[in-house]
Design a protein around this ligand. Sequence first.
Ligand SMILES: NC(=O)c1ccc[n+]([C@@H]2O[C@H](COP(=O)([O-])OP(=O)(O)OC[C@H]3O[C@@H](n4cnc5c(N)ncnc54)[C@H](OP(=O)(O)O)[C@@H]3O)[C@@H](O)[C@H]2O)c1
Length: 282
Amino acid sequence: MAKPEASASNRPFPLASGTGGPMAALVTGGSVGLGLALARELADHGCTVLICARTQADLDAATAADRRLIAIRADVSQAAERERLMAEAERLAGHPLDLLVNNAAIVRAHDYASAFTLAEDRAAPEIATNLAAPIDLARLFLRARHGRVDSPAAILNVSTPGAFFPLDANPLYCATKAAFHMFTLSLRRHLAGGPVRVFEVFPPALDTRLADQLVVASQAANGQQVIDAVARETVAGLLAGEETILPHEQSRALIAMFPQFDMAMVDAVNRGVERRPGWDSE
Ligand SMILES: NC(=O)c1ccc[n+]([C@@H]2O[C@H](COP(=O)([O-])OP(=O)(O)OC[C@H]3O[C@@H](n4cnc5c(N)ncnc54)[C@H](OP(=O)(O)O)[C@@H]3O)[C@@H](O)[C@H]2O)c1
């Protein structure tokens, strides 16, 4: 798979709503780890920040430590929960969300040569959480904003360099992130020229809870200070309008290993695959 293409238009994204008021941001998985650091950083930049996660105790701890954050308990892997989450977020913000940060993800260890992995479907939770959920949240976000042509808004998808190469210990994580990356590229093309920008960030290995079934050698060095720095760089990238955000040396080194798309070729291929008239009336 190819490296994310350089954006044709790295216009700054000032994190200010069309009305001049604060932007309302939802950070999924904003109770701990990188999501919490991103939530705080967005609040530092004046956003009204809503966070969601499944574990009430973590949400309580996050909001007790930072009173600016507003928590909604929700499991984004469940369709009904996503509808409720987005409606509740809009109600609490007082208007449709301006920024959706698709950050929540899970990682599980798998080995398709082991009896444990083969015994039952252990792939579904990662597909639901890392792929189906952010795609559907993007839909709900865009549906709520449909027709608001003068209001800037953005979707920030949290990817990983692991979207670009096979990870033997956690293949569903890299498969779901690879698919999510491809969705992000298509979404950006659909929305090009409109008020909603699509950003994608590739964090390095971070010492969070994410990979608790794995031993990741490079994680230990990247504790809270690095997590906070990655969040700072991510929001700086957003403000600068960098649609592909590489917030750490490790992200840049890993992503540099992959060839870049020839966007003229991508455009040419896309011109050869059109929607049939009537596709949207079935
Ligand atoms: N850590 C790394 O090395 C690394 C590297 C590259 C990219 N990333 C990406 O960075 C993002 C954040 O990861 P992290 O390392 O900060 O992970 P983390 O510390 O494990 O945090 C994950 C967050 O997602 C929430 N979450 C998980 N499943 C959920 C669900 N079904 N519904 C709602 N919330 C859910 C968790 O809360 P609950 O469990 O309470 O729901 C938690 O708040 C992920 O997209 C990950 O792929 C991480």
